[in-house]
Structures are given as C-alpha cells and as structure tokens.
Design a protein around this ligand. Structure first.
Ligand SMILES: CCCCCCc1ccc(Oc2ccc(Oc3cccc(O)n3)cc2)c(O)c1
Length: 258
C-alpha cells in the first residue's frame, strides 16, 4: 500500500486562487501522481484556475469545468461533461462554502431566513448534490473529501450560521458514507485549522483566532494548505481504505483544548 495515486483522476471543486485549500489539495494530488480535473464557480474564476494549474508540470493537460453548485442542472451538465472527457474518476474534493459576511459577525440570533438557507444550500447541500452526480463516475470505487471547521462542532465567535451549516455538512458526510459504502465509495471530512484564504476575509476578527492558536494549540503553530493537501491525499489513497464517515482534524491539535 502506498500514497502513490498514479493513474488515478480526482475532481477538485473550489479553487479560487493560490491560497485556496482546494489548491493545496490539487498540488498534493499532483505530487502524488494523480490527474486533477478542476471545477470552478464561474467565469470570473476561470483564468485564475487555469493559470494556477499551468504552474504544475504537465498541468496544462488538466481539464476545467464551470460548476455553480446552487444549480442541479449545472451540476448534472458538469459531471456529464467530466464523464465524457475522462470517463472514470477515483474521488472528489469538495472545498465549497459561502455565507453572507454580514452574518459572520455579531449574534448568531440575527441570522436571516434567506441567509440561513443560502449558507446551507452552498455549504452543505452542495456536497450531497455533487456526491450523487459523481457516484456514477466512480465505477472503480472512490473517496470523497469535504472541508469543515471546528465551529461546526462547538461555538466559535463570529462563525455563526457557517457553523450551523458545517454541522449539517458533517452529518451529511456520515449519511453519505452510509449510503455509498456498499458502492465502494468512502466519504470523509477534514476539519482544518484556520488558514488565511480569500474566504477567511469574510469571517470577523480572524486574526485573533490565528494568534490564539499559535499561543495555545498543542503544536504551537497554525495550519498550512500543504498539510491539509497531504491529509487529503491520505484520505484519497488506499492507506485510508478502512476509514469512512470520519472527520479528521488537521488543526495542530487545537480541537482537544477546552
Ligand atoms: C471564528 C472563526 C475563525 C476561523 C474561521 C476558519 C474558516 C475560514 C474560512 C472558511 O470558509 C468560509 C467560506 C465562505 C465564507 O463566506 C464568505 C467569505 C467571504 C465573503 C463572504 O461574503 N462570505 C466564510 C468562510 C471557514 O469555513 C472557516
């Protein structure tokens, strides 16, 4: 059993720029010999994703598909295009979330109905929708990895409605693992420590949590894109063949503290 993913193809959803966790996963996959297929949220991200992929040796061969995860039609079109182009895939990284930043500060109680539904639509339901669409392409078995954060397990100031959506995502991981195990498909989450991404700009007082982690986390340092990418490769590889429905914390151990 090795970490090599040579000859395997993975779909990575959610690369926005070089700081994206999805980009860290794509880079680790590439280093492990895998072929990466990218989906992106819309035209405005297309150039960025293609330029980034071009920096990977042989990256220009990568494939790119737009995918608006709030549209079932778009998801179906995206995965039928991927099926046409590559046929079989061996896994999928879901690195997609959104909430109105006005609701990621202050009291959770002020969450609006629309804000709640939007956050759950994009940050939670989208995993179920893409897992269903990707299932038929994973004819040789597969591994699905999604991204979550500690704020889905316990209250983290300012995370608010995204925390409630992540709780929903984490439960979805377990129900999807239960459904898909019989088809040879595993479903897991990585609970990453805070990383300074484009998305992180939407969360109030982000800097103070980074500082607290440096001072208090068992490893006394913050989490990097690279180590999240490497854990994803582990979850995509046969080394994790006995793991499904799990939530692996890659957070310098912070989650064990009171
Ligand atoms: C108290 C929490 C501090 C650590 C937060 C770590 C984290 C950082 C980024 C995360 O991903 C998102 C994704 C979208 C998101 O919503 C956004 C982002 C930017 C602008 C905007 O209008 N909404 C908020 C966080 C995430 O789920 C978790």
């Amino acid at each position: 059993m090795t970490l090599s993913l040579k000859g395997k193809t993975y779909v990575v959803m959610g690369v926005a720029n070089k700081r994206s966790i999805a980009w860290g996963i794509a880079r680790s996959l590439h280093q492990s010999g895998a072929r990466v297929v990218f989906t992106y949220a819309g035209e405005r991200f297309e150039k960025g994703v293609k330029d980034l992929a071009g920096t990977l040796e042989g990256g220009e061969e990568s494939l790119f598909f737009p995918c608006d995860v709030t549209s079932d039609e778009d998801i179906d079109k995206c995965f039928s295009s991927i099926k046409e182009e590559v046929g079989v895939i061996h896994g999928l990284a879901h690195c997609i979330a959104f909430a109105n930043k006005e609701e990621l500060a202050g009291d959770y109680m002020n969450t609006t109905r629309d804000g709640f539904l939007l956050a759950h639509n994009i940050s939670s339901y989208s995993l179920t929708a893409v897992a269903k669409a990707a299932k038929d392409l994973m004819t040789e078995g597969g591994s699905i990895v999604s991204m979550t954060y500690l704020g889905g397990e316990r209250v983290m100031q300012n995370y608010n409605v995204m925390g409630v959506a992540k709780a929903s995502l984490e439960a979805s991981v377990k129900y999807l693992a239960s459904d898909l195990g019989k088809h040879g498909i595993r479903v897991n989450a990585i609970s990453a420590g805070p990383i300074r991404t484009l998305s992180a700009k939407g969360v109030g007082d982000f800097n103070s949590i980074l500082k607290e982690i440096e001072e208090r986390a068992p490893l006394r340092r913050n989490t990097t894109q690279e180590e999240v990418g490497d854990t994803a490769v582990f979850l995509f590889s046969d080394l994790s063949r006995g793991i499904t429905g799990e939530n692996l914390h890659v957070d310098s151990g912070y989650h064990i503290l009171g």
